[in-house]
Design a protein around this ligand. Structure first.
Ligand code: BV8
Ligand code: ZN
Length: 247
């Protein structure tokens, strides 16, 4: 096993308070496109420009087409070995917190129980008028879905750029990363805040940060160790090496 991987596994085996922070890269091997990766555009449009209240205001039909397309991909996707390894970690360390930027709920489908969804999720939709939440599961929605309570236009239940994260969820993530002796950062470009700032919270409190990514990220320079490779390969190796008896 490469020295970096065995060093990371040794750190993982000793961890008493582990936080895992994931981004779109952990779902890449489930066939879900990342935001900034190759082919990251959707019909030539930049997803980052579609994931805003302004885009929804200007062209709700286009934004719903984008989100319905993503809901359809997620509905057909399955958790990959990275999601499964992360779910297994939950029962191997005394204190475990999973914080995700992802909106596909694949962590939950992989068996992760306590997931802090910083940016909401694609399953739940909310009324832009009365704010009522609706859970249509993963069924395709009409081009412009309406609230059956007040007739208002529904919006995806995600946090758009320029919108605040759910304060209670962000606070829980901040508390967990402050206490963590190890933060495992998996499949994120570490470009979006305040999520990426969680890395500095653990660093600032003296914790160790290890990232797993197929490429260097905005955080690589400032963290303890970077493991280059696909999450669906590296995470199961880390789990097996750190907890051989229980795997
Ligand atoms: C906010 C939901 C307060 C929608 C998303 C400083 C402080 C506060 C705010 C800001 C700040 N600086 C800038 C801001 C504004 C902004 C921001 O961060 N902009 C960035 C672009 C600079 N932040 C916000 O607006 C946030 N709100 O702060 O509120 C406020 C209020 C009013 C005014 C101002 C501020 C809200 C951010 C949430 C936005 N919503 N998602 C949707 O999904 O449609 S974020 C979106 O990007 C997704 O959630 C995604 O997860 C997230 C981050 O991207 P990544 O997950 O990292 O994915 P990415 O494609 O970038 O990278 C994939 C990585 O995987 C790559 O590194 C790749 O190498 C790797 N990879 C690929 N394959 C694999 C792999 N790794 C391992 N294995 C593989 N197989
Ligand atoms: Zn309503």
């Amino acid at each position: 096993m490469p020295p970096d991987l065995s060093h990371a596994a040794a750190r993982l085996a000793q961890s008493k308070r582990l936080v895992v922070l994931t981004g779109a890269g952990v779902s890449a091997e489930s066939g879900i496109p990342t935001f900034r990766g190759p082919g990251g555009l959707w019909r030539g449009l930049d997803p980052l420009r579609l994931a805003t209240p302004q885009a929804f205001e200007a062209n709700p039909r286009l934004v719903w087409e984008f989100y319905n397309w993503r809901r359809e991909i997620v509905a057909q996707a399955a958790p990959n070995p990275a999601h499964l390894a992360i779910a297994a970690l939950e029962d191997r360390v005394p204190a475990f917190t999973l914080v995700t930027q992802n909106v596909d709920r694949l962590h939950q489908r992989a068996g992760s129980r306590d997931v802090l969804e910083l940016h909401g999720n694609l399953q739940i939709v909310r009324c832009s008028l009365c704010d009522r939440a609706h859970d249509p599961g993963w069924t395709p929605l009409p081009a412009l879905p309406m609230c059956d309570h007040c007739g208002g236009l529904l919006r995806p239940g995600v946090v758009w750029f320029g919108e605040s994260l759910p304060p209670d969820i962000l606070q829980s993530a901040l508390n967990a990363t402050l206490e963590a002796d190890l933060l495992l950062v998996v499949g994120t470009s570490a470009a979006v805040y305040p999520a990426a700032g969680l890395i500095d919270v653990t660093m600032g409190a003296g914790g160790t940060v290890i990232e797993v990514n197929t490429a260097p990220t905005a955080a690589t320079q400032r963290i303890s160790l970077s493991l280059l490779g696909p999450a669906a390969e590296i995470l199961p190796q880390l789990l097996a090496s750190a907890f051989p008896s229980k795997t």
